[in-house]
Write a protein that binds this ligand. Structure first.
Ligand SMILES: [Zn+2]
Ligand SMILES: [Zn+2]
Length: 349
């Protein structure tokens, strides 16, 4: 099989490998689609707790090719998606129900081989059968969507809230659709790129603001009629964190969702938290939200196809990663079954 192997920081090589053999509790998945995520860029630069060498890719779907002898809930041919995060079940965090904080957390595509390959071996209990009618390509969005759901749970998003989203990348556009379909009374997106602002308006935002203009905070406060009840930072940028705090109403909640670089530091005034009674919330991965994400996708409450900007075959995973950081890209997908010749065609935003 073909696989994109990350051998060390900055060294990602497409190579031929033997197909792995499933153990009794594993399944072998024929990968259909694997999304490129911001985390993959962090791994590529050796910034995350990655185990080299590894095949990255943790946002994927495919069909079951082989099942281990003890697997009961899946059979050959089933369409599946993977929750990549594997927890120990016995540490104090797991036993409190905070599995995302597990002391022994590992992940498919981070510490064991993931989805940028023709085939991927995974523990069967990490696999979810796709609901009827959900395409394999849309199923690959279950993982990022599940992470968004956990963030909204953490921030106690409620119907009627005025929501401001900073950052119109694929995560910002997923958040936008989630809060819109979840009953937000107003949704405003802040994003410097014009094509992303246009897409947000198409996906249901009431307004889209360019944060690089002067008086951006004022414009954001105005667009949310005096400040957002909930502000979601999806840019992973310290400037956006500062804008998020400034653009939130008194008593509002700021959810820090974007993955910033480990060295980034934002400037905050503790006095604001006193005077304006702000709440700052963090969010990490997707505890118990993968199933809900699948139901939401199957119900059509979130549309993923307008988010896909590029599709690459597995041999071009390096190009896919590079493209995912370029201004013209939104969501970049690797599709192992894809013919290299077709992949060059771009879907303009
Ligand atoms: Zn991801
Ligand atoms: Zn644990």
């Amino acid at each position: 099989m073909k696989a994109a192997v990350l051998k060390g920081p900055g060294e990602l090589v497409a190579e031929a490998r033997l197909c792995p053999e499933p153990g009794p509790e594993d399944i072998l998945i024929k990968v259909h689609t694997c999304g490129v995520c911001g985390t993959d860029s962090h791994l590529f630069h050796g910034e995350h707790l990655v185990t080299f060498p590894v095949v990255p890719g943790h946002e994927f779907s495919g069909t079951v090719e082989e099942v281990g002898g003890k697997v009961r809930h899946l059979k050959v041919g089933d369409p599946v998606t993977i929750d990549p995060n594997i927890v120990c079940g016995v540490c104090p965090f797991c036993r409190r129900g905070q599995i995302q904080l597990c002391e022994q957390l590992t992940a498919v595509g981070v510490n064991r081989d993931g989805g940028f390959a023709d085939y991927c071996l995974a523990p069967a209990e990490q696999a979810y059968h796709l609901p009827d009618g959900l395409t394999l390509e849309a199923g690959a969005f279950a993982e990022p969507l599940a992470c968004c759901l956990h963030g909204l749970d953490r921030a106690r998003f409620s119907r009627g809230a005025k929501v401001l989203i900073l950052g119109g990348g694929s995560i910002g556009q997923l958040m936008l659709q989630l809060v819109r379909s979840g009953g937000a009374s107003k949704v405003v997106l802040s994003e410097p790129r014009e094509n992303r602002r246009r897409l947000a308006l198409k996906l249901g935002a009431d307004a889209a603001v360019d944060p690089s203009e002067s008086h951006a905070v004022l414009a954001l406060r105005e667009a949310t009629e005096g400040g957002a009840d909930l502000t979601i930072e999806c840019a992973g940028h310290e400037k956006a964190v500062e804008q998020a705090l400034a653009a939130t109403r008194r008593g509002g909640v700021v959810l820090l969702f974007g993955v910033s670089s480990p060295e980034a530091q934002a400037h905050i005034r503790p006095y604001d938290f006193f005077l304006r009674e702000l709440t700052l919330v963090g969010s990490f991965i997707n505890p118990f939200t993968h199933q809900r994400a699948l139901e939401i996708l199957a119900a059509g409450q979130v549309n993923t196809s307008p988010l896909v900007s590029h599709r690459f075959p597995v041999e071009q995973t390096v190009e896919a990663l590079r493209m995912s950081r370029s201004p013209e890209a939104l969501k970049v997908l690797v599709q192992p079954g894809k013919d290299s010749a077709v992949s060059a065609a771009l879907t303009p935003l």
